[in-house]
Design a protein around this ligand. Sequence first.
Ligand SMILES: NC(=O)c1ccc[n+]([C@@H]2O[C@H](COP(=O)([O-])OP(=O)(O)OC[C@H]3O[C@@H](n4cnc5c(N)ncnc54)[C@H](O)[C@@H]3O)[C@@H](O)[C@H]2O)c1
Length: 363
Amino acid sequence: MHASFDINSSTGVYRVSLGEGLVKNVVASQAHRIFIVDTNLLAQVAFVTDPIIAVDATEENKSLERIAPIIEALKGHGATRETEIVAVGGGIIQDIATFVASIYMRGLRWHYCPTTLLGMVDSCIGGKSSINVGALKNLVGNFHPPASILIDLAFVHSLSAEQQTSGLMESVKICYARGGEAFDAYLALQPTAPLKTETAFAIIEQSLTTKKWFIEIDEFDQAERLLLNFGHTFGHAVESATHFAIPHGIAVGVGILMAYRYAEVASILTPAGLERAGRLVAHVQALLQPMRHTLAPLVGIDAEVLLKHFGSDKKHSQSHYRVIVPVGDGDLQRLSVERSPLIQALIRNAFAQGADLAVNGGA
Ligand SMILES: NC(=O)c1ccc[n+]([C@@H]2O[C@H](COP(=O)([O-])OP(=O)(O)OC[C@H]3O[C@@H](n4cnc5c(N)ncnc54)[C@H](O)[C@@H]3O)[C@@H](O)[C@H]2O)c1
């Protein structure tokens, strides 16, 4: 099992390789390399002989305040402008490595080995970093695409069903956002946790080749790529209001259900749209069904608290909310809707009904 393809970015072309045993290949390089590795994965990269900076994958460590010690550790290991960073971990390690690689001596080449399904199907391509400032999540960041991405399927199997499901939510989001054909191709792979290696391989390939279209046509998030925020504005509200007790990908799944309910109540779907969006809802519900325990913090959550977090999303303007919803025949559209009492009532309704779809199946 092996696949590879190139991504065109403003800083050049980088290659994505997908297969088994790939991290061992990167170790064989002659370049001066320093690894930044998730502490939980040190045993899985025990063969690495280059210097390793081990970092706990916590939101606290993904903060501006904690970047300086990593820069100092790089200097301590003798990093020069020729040094290459190799990051091994999920989205947290990716965000840290992207940021550090972009600013150390004004920029180093870096390679990324994503180890969570979320990282493999989605965040590994696109070149973005997002760093917290105190309690303010993802407030600062930049673009610094890696020189290569090595997706080693061995890492899929140590992920829990919850972590795999989180990744599948981003995968279905990408494929649905691209249109009916990509969505059908995704569903045909019968994605569900726990994933067999062949299924994981096919889902990762399908997601990344679909996301490639978005990031090549709109690298800097001005138009098409914004659709990949589907489920995220509602999802971020769910994450924040539950104090991050609900993991990101699972919250995105709940956010997709909320966005669907918003579209349904606002009557912006035709029967054809209801059919396609309905299949999305059924799939997301099926993925969430075994996650009842994870979803428990959703029950009884205050709509006003959700609305407050929803309203503070950086994608809105002062006067308008930005919501991404299925419209017409089911395609996604980014709507700009006034911050009026009427719209706020629709959003509160979407929170309640979307949560009900997630927790009780809408029964
Ligand atoms: N830069 C981007 O484009 C982008 C996109 C989406 C999300 N993110 C960020 O990514 C973060 C979430 O990342 P994530 O969900 O990939 O995970 P993560 O990095 O937060 O890791 C989650 C947990 O999984 C563990 N883990 C990682 N790989 C494992 C493996 N193979 N087996 C067992 N355990 C493993 C980690 O040690 C950690 O305990 C958030 O901070 C989010 O803001 C960034």
